[in-house]
Design a protein. Structure first.
Length: 142
């Protein structure tokens, strides 16, 4: 005969099967792949925005003005008041965080007055485009 007062025991769950572990792992891989794909799509869209905006500008001065406008828009992601900076302060802001200053002392200094000059060469615009594109993409990826 059994004792009328039975001892209660904790309920133990069985250990998860390998299929649960595999499902969680597959889900994690799928989520990581989706985020990577979205990041690449966003990067391509930002690159296209920059390239198409510059290509639409017809003159070298207009191309420089378009680059400046794109940088000013992107700068708001770093500092909401950065787009109001002028002259050397703007160029120093663009150089902030770079190992080698490219704007205040380099090819990027064309941004200061290149949009107003008539004699801007295609080489200056091409050099400026590389520097501004890299800075624009860096800021927009944050």
């Amino acid at each position: 005969m059994q004792d009328p007062l039975l001892k209660l025991r904790d309920i133990h769950q069985p250990p998860p099967g390998w299929w649960v572990v595999a499902a969680v792992l597959l889900l994690a891989i799928a989520v990581a792949t989706w985020f990577a794909w979205r990041r690449r799509q966003r990067r391509r869209a930002i690159e296209q925005l920059f390239d198409q905006t510059i290509e639409r500008a017809e003159t070298p001065g207009a191309k420089i003005a378009a680059m400046s406008e794109l940088l000013r828009r992107a700068s708001r992601r770093i500092d909401p008041d950065a787009d109001k900076l002028q002259g050397e302060a703007w160029l120093r802001f663009l150089d902030r965080g770079l190992k080698v200053p490219m704007f205040a002392a380099g090819v990027g200094s064309t941004l200061r007055d290149g949009g107003f000059r008539r004699d801007v060469s295609g080489l200056e615009v091409d050099g400026l485009r590389e520097v501004t594109r890299a800075r624009f993409l860096d800021w927009m990826d944050r």
